[in-house]
Each structure stands twice: as C-alpha cells, then as structure tokens.
Design a protein around this ligand. Structure first.
Ligand SMILES: [Zn+2]
Length: 75
C-alpha cells in the first residue's frame, strides 16, 4: 500500500542518522485511521520545531482517497 511508505518530516542532512517512527494519523476529512510511518533526522527529532511540524502535519493530513477527491473537485 502506498500509504505505508515513510513520509519525511523536517530535514535530514546527508550524513545524518535517520529516525523512523510511527504515529497514528487520522484523515482530517473522513476520519480514517492511517498507519503513519514517518522519518526524520536524528537532530531534528523531538525538537520543538519537530513537534510543531508534526502537529501541523496531523492537522492537515488527508488520506489518499480524500486527497484524490479534493484534487478532482478543483478541476
Ligand atoms: Zn480520508
């Protein structure tokens, strides 16, 4: 499934260790639970910027189906 691919949050420098983590994400439109595999850089992980970005990410998240729907509605 496409949605299981880890998404990248924040910045990862080229030689930086990557942190993989998963969170529960709910689609903000249909409420569907999506397994969220995420990736970020070691230095970025758990910083305030990271927490804020994660929060915004969850707030705006749309599952693949709703994203497609939204795209179709625009045209
Ligand atoms: Zn949805």
């Amino acid at each position: 499934m496409k949605e299981n691919m880890p998404m990248i949050i924040g910045k990862i420098s080229e030689n930086e260790k990557k942190i993989k983590f998963s969170i529960e994400i709910h689609c903000t439109s249909c409420g569907k639970k999506v397994p969220g595999g995420l990736k970020t850089g070691e230095r970025y992980y758990q910083t305030d910027t990271f927490k804020k970005e994660l929060k915004d990410f969850k707030k705006n998240y749309l599952c693949g189906i709703c994203r497609d729907k939204k795209r179709l509605e625009k045209h």
